[in-house]
Design a protein around this ligand. Structure first.
Ligand SMILES: Cc1cc2nc3c(=O)[nH]c(=O)nc-3n(C[C@H](O)[C@H](O)[C@H](O)COP(=O)(O)O)c2cc1C
Ligand code: SF4
Length: 445
């Protein structure tokens, strides 16, 4: 790939400034849409491009937009910048270093569905990156690119930033809507889906920040241009967030399907001290861990799924042989226990009991029976939770048991002396840093 499509700040210094952005095709797609394209045409280009949502599920963006009823107003665009998944830090880089591309994408989406208001929902901890984004929004208003009667087109749009209060569940789209409405951040029952009854019960598009940052180059250059990258089912480029036991953690933008997990680890400088890879979490703590035998899996939605996991938001956490799988799994379960919103019993109780079992094992009081019980608890939750958070919580348990059960057995054998829990906690705290390579996963503690 010659140039980045999304992380353009890596090619063009100061692209966060409006003048620099405009000198590099910035807002050209916006002008093109407002002066010569009908809303349906914008939607059509995005549909044809095959752009899939980058927030986790990979749902086709243009198709989602087309679900909104045409005759109900007002409509809303809600941009998901909650970015709470452990190991995900791509939206952060986009809003901080290339904010105008995000704003232009939001505006094109709003125009396509004829929404007059867009909200960018950022996790509460993003008050720093919210500043350059707000500055860019202010610049766009001042330049007549947002606001009333934009560029004399008759179309008007307002964009607001909303900071959440730092809850993982508020990344789930319906909990996000509740939070945005000022209510407790808990998921809604579906149907009705947000496309029909979303924010304030009005038709609403919800897309991830990275998804919408793809839209300006697609509208400017066309669907076929976009499809030169990626595969037929996973077109375009994707930002891969790499963290854990690698030498160069960071964001890597790559065409989907062109490289393998092994190559991604090599690009990230390889593992620290060349330690052999033990396993890879392709979507932070939510996705089943992949064993070392899956390292030649291609980096696209279908291939990662065929390998037994999900690409999700592509937050690759690399675990090497220095990482104890039982401690790593306990840490992830602790995260889900903490973030469970408590609305439904399987998740609220299941995460509580799973963590108790991990505490017992890590504290040196576990047995093979407890390992079996962990599997029972996770299987008791699977497919019974109100929202996907509860399903995600079973991933670290069931997938580490599937691939690393002997490590659990060994752990239990070697810790038969009834180590006090505080000792276990201290080790976990120390270990949290090494699991994350000193970067991201420690926020989950
Ligand atoms: C527990 C949970 C957390 C989520 N967190 C995020 C998040 O932080 N950011 C995000 O874009 N999507 C997140 N999602 C997915 C959203 O519900 C939704 O599918 C997404 O924002 C749709 O945008 P997209 O189609 O552009 O991917 C989460 C889903 C669940 C179940
Ligand atoms: S699965 Fe967990 S996070 Fe989702 S509604 Fe139930 S308790 Fe809340």
């Amino acid at each position: 790939m010659d140039k980045h499509v999304l992380l353009r700040d890596l090619d063009i210094p100061d692209i966060r400034e409006l003048a620099v952005y405009q000198a590099n095709d910035g807002y050209a797609a916006w002008r093109k849409a407002l002066t010569g394209m009908k809303p349906d045409e914008v939607m059509g280009v995005v549909k044809d491009s095959g752009l899939r949502g980058r927030g986790g599920a990979g749902f086709p963006a243009g198709l989602k937009w087309s679900f909104l009823p045409k005759d109900i107003f007002p409509k809303y665009v809600v941009v998901n910048g909650d970015e709470s998944e452990a190991g995900t830090f791509k939206d952060h880089q986009l809003i901080e270093n290339n904010p105008h591309q995000v704003i232009e994408g939001v505006a094109l989406c709003a125009y396509a569905v004829q929404a007059g208001t867009a909200y960018i929902y950022l996790r509460g901890e993003f008050y720093e990156p919210a500043r350059p984004l707000q500055k860019a929004i202010d610049e766009a208003y001042a330049a007549g690119l947002l606001g009333q009667n934009i560029l004399g087109s008759g179309y008007s749009l307002d964009i607001h930033i909303h900071l959440g209060a730092g809850a993982y569940i508020c990344g789930e789209e319906t909990a996000l809507l509740e939070s945005l409405e000022g209510k407790l951040g808990q998921p809604r029952l579906r149907p009705p889906f947000p496309a029909v009854q979303g924010l304030y019960a009005k038709p609403t598009v919800i897309n991830n920040i990275e998804t919408l940052a793809n839209v300006p180059p697609i509208v400017l250059n066309g669907a076929q241009w976009y499809r030169q990258y990626g595969t037929e089912k996973s077109p375009g480029t994707k930002i891969f967030c790499v963290s854990g036991r690698v030498n160069r953690p960071g964001n890597y933008e790559l065409p989907l399907g062109q490289y393998t997990i092994r190559q991604l680890i090599e690009m990230s400088g390889g593992t620290i001290d060349g330690c052999p890879v033990k396993g890879v979490l392709p979507a932070g703590s939510s996705a089943p861990i992949l064993p070392v035998s899956a390292l030649d899996t291609r980096l696209d939605y279908e291939s990662v799924q065929a390998a037994g996991s999900i690409l999700g938001s592509a937050s690759f956490v690399i675990l090497d042989d220095s990482v104890d799988i039982v401690w790593a799994a306990r840490k992830m379960v602790r995260f889900f226990r903490h973030e469970s919103c408590g609305k439904c019993t399987p998740c609220r109780e299941g995460t509580f009991w799973a963590l108790r079992l991990y505490d017992k094992i890590v504290g040196g009081h576990g047995s093979s029976h407890d390992i079996d019980m962990l599997a029972d608890v996770a299987n008791g939750m699977a497919n019974k939770c109100f929202c996907l958070l509860g399903e995600f919580a079973t991933s670290p348990i069931l997938s580490t048991l599937k691939h690393f059960r002997p490590e659990y057995e060994q752990f239990v054998r070697e810790h038969q002396n009834g180590l006090p829990n505080t000792y276990g906690d201290q080790l976990i705290r120390d270990h949290a840093i090494s699991v994350a390579g000193g970067s991201v996963v420690e926020v989950a503690y």
